[in-house]
Design a protein around this ligand. Structure first.
Ligand code: NAG
Ligand code: NAG
Ligand code: NAG
Ligand code: NAG
Ligand code: NAG
Ligand code: NAG
Ligand code: NAG
Ligand code: NAG
Length: 483
């Protein structure tokens, strides 16, 4: 199926017209469209991987036929829609993606100011203030991304420029809309003052993030704000009363990671091509992604691989005569083989469903010399993105890999989050405990914030209270051990 091909869509709807405006060549029929909520505000073009939120109000998808759809360079599409039985009133006023506008403006501003900075005859009276993200290249592939997203968010809301320091060969992996390599301007900032917003687990100014003004006099006196974290440490900013209006307008669905990562962390076209080819070939109408993480377990914890099959079993209740794909990613060749064998055994013939177990050939027993992660960076990114393109995700507790995958598209697990498998202590005794949590379904596909447990434990009452005004606070704080 062509189902998994593709790009971000922004559909512009005009209330006064009987068609959506957008350009195009390919003809898509109505079968290619899924409206995730019957009445509103989310249209998903199934042929698009990252099919994006739009503000569409269509009551019945069967009433709409999209005839022409094409990809334009800036991810804007012009679609000519013929309305058959739909009255015009079912369409809302045109709404553009607010974040798109903010992002595009940022890119222009960044390019303009950096060009000025680098121009020897420039007479800028003072250096622009910046946010600099320091990704930890020694940590898991998934752990590098939350800090980048957080730093970009801070730069937007504080009107600072955004840079990344030390992500080796970033451009080999991602597409860049602007040059955010800190090395380009670092010399100009030799004598300036800095402050860390986040420094791994040692220092995090959660009071500031949760309820402060990030442009107050104290913070503004520093030219550089550093973000150095493995965690999705900016999550509490969506609780912050100072920025409520901004989020309500720009990212009202709280999918901050998804919204930003789909712009800032788009994979390089060469890598994307491999992902599309794989998905097109191997993913059927319904794809379940599984990420097994065994290496990180503490304290003799184990994960019975059979538990992943159990969740798949629940997901396909009621499905008959379907083509189902199960995409498997793991952190060792042995783990992957075990999981595949277990799934094969469980789903050989199941209600006449054709169940296809697929995986990339990445050698997970090779080790990245810097990060000590299994496999190669590009292999990991491919696995992570393929997971994110699955319709549902079954992931492993305390590994950010699966949660980052869930957040890195609009697709995985749709409106809810991934299913999370809990490790257990010991097969013989622990498995019989009745109060054990075997698995749970996350409420959101936003990454977890393991330090939110520390926030709740150590911050002042006002900060904790404010953090808990966030509708996702429980989600953020239960997805990881806090060590
Ligand atoms: C994106 O495409 C639309 C329609 O072709 C055009 O009007 C708009 O100016 C473009 N925006 C950018 C930022 O290129
Ligand atoms: C959309 O359809 C109308 C009416 O059939 C036609 O006049 C117009 O050229 C079409 N626009 C595009 C972009 O295909
Ligand atoms: C330098 O500053 C002057 C006055 O502020 C301005 O008119 C001029 O365009 C600036 N030159 C450059 C190269 O930015
Ligand atoms: C930094 O400060 C030193 C000593 O005050 C000065 O010599 C140097 O020119 C300054 N460098 C920049 C880039 O401003
Ligand atoms: C933060 O404080 C600055 C300086 O006092 C003020 O200009 C700005 O409007 C405040 N921002 C927010 C979001 O409250
Ligand atoms: C899926 O597609 C790729 C091509 O990208 C192929 O190499 C792979 O072996 C296919 N099959 C499975 C079972 O993963
Ligand atoms: C499942 O896949 C087979 C082979 O590709 C195809 O013939 C069949 O129509 C598919 N069934 C469904 C329900 O999509
Ligand atoms: C599987 O398909 C066969 C042949 O079409 C049919 O007789 C049988 O009832 C189906 N089984 C299930 C569980 O749907």
């Amino acid at each position: 199926m062509l189902k998994y091909m593709i790009y971000i869509l922004w559909i512009l709807i005009f209330s006064s017209l009987t068609f959506l405006i957008i350009t195009s060549k390919v003809s898509y029929s109505i079968k290619d469209l899924t409206i995730t909520k019957k009445t509103a505000n989310h249209i998903n073009i199934e042929k698009e991987n990252y099919a994006n939120a739009d503000y569409v109000n269509i009551e019945n998808v069967n009433d709409v036929k999209i005839e022409n759809l094409d990809k334009a360079t800036n991810h804007t599409f012009i679609v000519n829609v013929t309305l058959e039985n739909v009255g015009m009133k079912k369409y809302l006023e045109a709404k553009y993606s607010e974040f798109d506008i903010v992002y595009n403006e940022y890119v222009k501003k960044h390019n303009r100011i950096v060009a000025e900075l680098l121009n020897p005859s420039s007479n800028l009276s003072e250096l622009p203030k910046v946010v600099v993200v320091i990704p930890d290249m020694k940590t898991g592939y998934g752990n590098r991304l939350p800090g980048i997203v957080c730093g970009f968010l801070y730069s937007l809301i504080t009107d600072r420029l955004f840079f990344i320091w030390g992500y080796n060969n970033f451009e080999d992996y991602y597409e860049k809309d602007f040059n955010h390599n800190w090395n380009v301007v670092i010399n100009l900032y030799k004598n300036t003052t800095y402050r860390y917003m986040h420094y791994l687990n040692q220092y995090n100014d959660f009071q500031l993030v949760t309820r402060g003004n990030l442009s107050n006099e104290d913070i503004s006196s520093h030219d550089i704000l550093y973000v150095y974290t493995w965690d999705y440490a900016c999550a509490p900013i969506t609780s912050n009363p100072h920025y409520k209006k901004w989020f309500d307008k720009i990212i009202p669905d709280y999918k901050v990671f998804t919204t930003i990562s789909l712009k800032l962390l788009r994979l390089h076209p060469n890598i994307n091509k491999q992902i599309e080819t794989f998905a097109e070939k191997n993913f059927s109408n319904y794809a379940i992604g599984i990420h097994l993480r065994e290496k990180k377990l503490l304290d003799g914890m184990i994960i019975p691989v059979g538990h992943y099959s159990e969740v798949v079993n629940m997901l396909i209740i009621g499905m008959k005569n379907m083509n189902i794909s199960i995409f498997v990613a793991a952190d060792s060749n042995n783990g992957r083989t075990k999981l595949i064998n277990s799934l094969r055994k469980a789903f050989n013939h199941h209600n006449n469903n054709s169940i296809n177990i697929v995986y990339t050939e990445e050698n997970l027993d090779s080790v990245n010399p810097v990060s000590l992660n299994p496999g190669s960076e590009v292999g990991a990114l491919i696995d992570m993105k393929l997971l994110s393109l699955c319709d549902d995700l079954v992931i492993t507790y305390s590994s950010s890999f699966g949660f980052i995958a869930a957040g890195w598209s609009q697709k995985a697990s749709r409106q809810r989050g991934p299913f999370v498998i809990m490790p257990v202590k010991d097969l013989d005794s622990d498995l019989w405990l009745v109060d054990k949590i075997w698995m749970w379904g996350a409420m959101s596909s936003e990454p977890c914030m393991y330090l939110s447990k520390e926030l709740i434990e150590n911050e002042d009452e006002e900060t904790v209270k404010t953090f808990k005004t966030n509708p996702l606070w429980m989600h953020f704080s239960q997805c990881h051990w806090y060590a």
